[in-house]
Design a binder for this molecule. Structure first.
Ligand code: AMP
Length: 416
């Protein structure tokens, strides 16, 4: 079924969205990209005369109730974004049958954070993978996950999967729930359709040169996609915290910079693979270093592999910024995931800004640019470049897995 063909009038639709939005210490949303992303689907259900049951996760509460991650905090913001007077709130997502049953056409019910239940992710809690009892615990949790998904499914007549940000996870609400609806009553939402198309766009017709810019804190969390990209791109910029793992791997001095000492071999392996595949690997020759991890730290410039003790690299240096911009210039396909520094600190966001500006310029000259992952999207928004890039994805991991060519469980659950 497709969302355009489905008749929502008089029906209750349970929609999995990704409302995992960043909040400040007062519970105020600092970037509402993900809420805005879900609006076309949510508005379509209401405009057709359906009732909405919205479900999402937020943060990593690890299967326990935690007020810090309550979706109740964003209820009014969702109402404002939807343009409705009220969004009702079910404080326990697994005990919302009555609230769902009472829902009338045009009304909206938001369920509490799905990840307050370990069943959502379906991973056994409090037991080590090495434990001999782990397999049995896992089996038991999978059975509980099915029950949890069945409960959620019982609230509604149809299921819409629109959480691209979590579509790479086989969770109760993103995939397992689909088993409890027949093919005519489950569908992808507009955001999912759009995101899947954007990935197809990049993969089916790559205009070269193709450059990927991978930043963020660690190499370990991105190694799969980095290796995969090395088979696809012409150039790869590696920046952010991982710079120092590479510098260390070559015997450099990195002071107190973030480093993964157990990944030095991995870093060297990436360099070797790049060489073998003829991919130009671009890394930061210099860094903006700080005497502490804070926005008001004293800062100076140093070579990325010669950072004094007591100092840490928090951003790409001026030479690096120039090098990155030059590498991006003239490229026809651009993928950006992960910042070049601690962009959350205004005094350490110039490296990320230089990348954003170079991408905007290349886009103006005809490149297709795809920005994915919460942090890179936040960068683009922070620098006012959102309308100067081709496509902003709401997915980080999901986007990268889709680009790797993997079928996302959230898509497979609907399309088979
Ligand atoms: P990731 O979750 O791995 O994509 O990493 C994103 C985070 O990496 C952001 O919160 C950045 O602040 C952080 N980051 C980027 N560069 C550095 C750096 N040089 N040192 C410490 N953290 C960094």
């Amino acid at each position: 079924m497709t969302i355009d063909d489905y008749k929502f009038a008089g029906k209750k639709a349970i929609v999995r969205v990704d409302f995992n939005v960043p909040l400040d210490e007062n519970g105020k949303i600092t970037d509402d990209t993900r809420i805005r992303g879900a609006l076309p689907t949510l508005k379509k259900v209401l405009a057709d005369g359906g009732a909405l049951i919205i479900m999402s996760h937020m943060g990593k509460p690890k299967g326990k109730v935690n007020a810090k991650f309550s979706l109740g905090q964003i209820k009014d913001a969702v109402a404002a974004a939807l343009g409705v007077k009220e969004v009702k709130f079910a404080p326990d997502c697994a005990k919302a049958a009555d609230a769902a049953a009472a829902l009338k056409p045009g009304e909206v019910l938001l369920l509490e954070n799905l990840r307050f239940y370990p069943e959502e992710e379906g991973k056994p809690v409090g037991i080590d993978k090495e434990d001999p009892a782990y397999d049995a615990a896992k089996k038991e949790m999978k059975a509980r996950q099915k029950e949890f998904a069945k409960t959620l499914a019982s609230y509604a007549d149809c299921y819409v999967m629109d959480a691209f940000g979590t579509a790479h996870r086989k969770h109760a609400s993103t995939a397992v729930i689909a088993d409890y609806f027949d093919a005519d009553n489950k569908m992808l939402g507009y955001l999912m359709e759009k995101e899947v198309k954007a990935v197809d766009n990049i993969l089916s017709d790559i205009k070269r040169p193709f450059i990927a810019i991978m930043g963020g804190s660690k190499v370990s969390s991105k190694i799969g996609i980095i290796e995969n990209l090395l088979g696809k791109v012409d150039k790869l910029i590696l920046c952010g915290g991982m710079t120092y793992t590479f510098a260390k791997a070559h015997g450099g001095k990195i002071g107190d910079s973030i480093v993964e000492l157990d990944k030095l071999d991995v870093a060297l392996g990436v360099e070797e693979l790049a060489k073998k595949n003829g991919v130009e690997l671009v890394m930061a020759p210099d860094a903006i270093i700080a005497d502490k991890f804070a926005n008001d730290a004293v800062q100076k410039v140093a070579p990325s592999d010669n950072i004094p003790e007591g100092w840490q690299g928090l951003d790409a240096g001026p030479e690096a910024q120039k090098k990155f911009a030059e590498a991006i210039k003239g490229c026809k396909t651009i993928l950006w995931n992960g910042p070049a520094g601690v962009f959350e600190f205004d005094n350490f966001c110039d490296g990320s800004r230089a990348i954003g500006n170079a991408i905007a310029e290349a886009t103006a000259e005809g490149a297709f640019s795809l920005i994915g992952g919460g942090d890179s999207v936040a960068c683009v928004n922070k620098f006012g470049l959102a309308d100067k890039v081709s496509y902003i994805s709401t997915g980080g991991g999901a986007l990268l897995e889709a680009i790797e060519g993997k079928v996302l469980p959230g898509v497979a659950a609907i399309k088979g």
